[in-house]
Write a protein that binds this ligand. Structure first.
Ligand SMILES: [Zn+2]
Length: 266
C-alpha cells in the first residue's frame, strides 16, 4: 500500500531531485549524468579481499556522491520514479558482462531481499530495477527477462556495520533456488544482478546457490574460463550491479587481461 501510494504521488507531485535536492525535478540532469557514468562504459570490478566463488562482476558506476544518494532514495525512501534511470545503469552493466556476444536470451536473476525488508520498504528494490533493466535491454534489441529464482532460506542480520569476514559468515548458506527454478535457468544466459556490491559476500553466496543446481555456475567452470583470457566473453559466472565501491574499480588500472590474485586465495 505504501509503495502504491508513493508511486501515484510521485507521478503527480514531483519533488526535489533525489540525488542532490534541487527542487521540482525528481532527477536533475547532473545526477542523471552521474548515473550514466558520464557516458563511460560499465567496468569490471573486484573487491579486496575478494570472497571465494565471486563471479565476474561488472558495475556501471562508482558508489559515491549522487549515485549513493539515488540508490538510497530508491531502496529506503521508495523513490520509485528512479527505477527507470537505475534500470538503465544496470542494463549497461549487464551488457558489459556478456561482452560482444549476442547469445541469449539473457536471464537476469536478482539477489533477493528478505521478506522482512520487502514488507518494511513496501517494495523489492533489486527486483524492480532488474525489471526496468530487462525492459531497457529489450528496447536495445536483446531478448531479456527477469528470473526471480533465488530466495532466502534463513534470515540474515543487517549487513551494515559488519566487516568483510562478518558479512561472509552472515550470508553463507543463506540463499537457495526455489523448487523448479533449476529447469528455468537452462533457457538462456544467466546474469546475477544486484543494486550494489560492497564486499561481494552476497553475490558470492548467490552464485553458490545457483551453482548448487545449475552446473555452469559452479566455480570449476569459471576456473577453466579464467585460465584463458581470450575466453572472457564466454565466462559463464557473471554478475552485474549498478554501483560498486570506488576502490573496486581500481582493477581497471591494469589490463583487463591481467588477473590479480589477492592473498593467494586461488
Ligand atoms: Zn540532482
Amino acid at each position: 500500500m505504501r509503495g502504491w501510494w508513493r508511486e501515484i504521488s510521485g507521478l503527480v507531485l514531483p519533488g526535489a531531485c533525489e540525488g542532490c535536492g534541487v527542487p521540482r525535478t525528481g532527477l536533475c540532469a547532473g545526477c542523471a549524468g552521474a548515473l550514466g557514468g558520464g557516458g563511460a562504459r560499465a567496468r569490471r570490478v573486484r573487491p579486496a579481499p575478494e570472497p571465494a566463488g565471486l563471479p565476474v562482476v561488472h558495475a556501471a558506476v562508482p558508489y559515491e556522491g549522487a549515485v549513493r544518494e539515488l540508490l538510497i532514495a530508491h531502496k529506503e525512501r521508495g523513490a520509485l520514479g528512479l527505477g527507470g534511470a537505475l534500470g538503465g545503469a544496470l542494463a549497461r552493466a549487464v551488457e558489459a558482462t556478456v561482452g560482444g556476444s549476442r547469445d541469449g536470451p539473457l536471464l537476469l536473476v536478482p539477489v533477493p531481499s528478505s521478506r522482512r525488508s520487502v514488507r518494511a520498504r513496501g517494495h523489492d528494490p533489486t527486483r524492480r530495477v532488474a525489471l526496468a533493466a530487462a525492459a531497457r535491454l529489450r528496447r536495445a534489441g536483446w531478448s531479456a527477462r527477469v528470473l526471480p529464482v533465488l530466495r532466502q532460506r534463513r534470515a540474515v542480520a543487517d549487513q551494515a556495520g559488519l566487516g568483510a569476514r562478518g558479512r561472509w559468515a552472515n550470508v553463507a548458506g543463506a540463499l537457495e533456488v526455489v523448487p523448479g527454478g533449476a529447469r528455468l535457468l537452462v533457457a538462456g544466459r544467466v546474469v546475477l544482478v544486484d543494486d550494489l556490491m560492497t564486499t561481494g559476500a552476497t553475490l558470492a553466496e548467490a552464485a553458490r546457490a545457483l551453482g548448487a543446481v545449475y552446473p555452469p555456475f559452479t566455480p570449476g567452470t569459471a576456473a577453466r574460463c579464467r585460465s584463458d583470457s581470450a575466453q572472457h566473453e564466454f565466462e559463464q559466472r557473471v554478475a552485474a550491479v549498478i554501483a560498486s565501491s570506488p576502490a573496486s574499480f581500481e582493477i581497471n588500472r591494469n589490463s583487463s587481461e591481467t588477473w590479480i590474485v589477492a592473498g593467494g586465495e586461488r
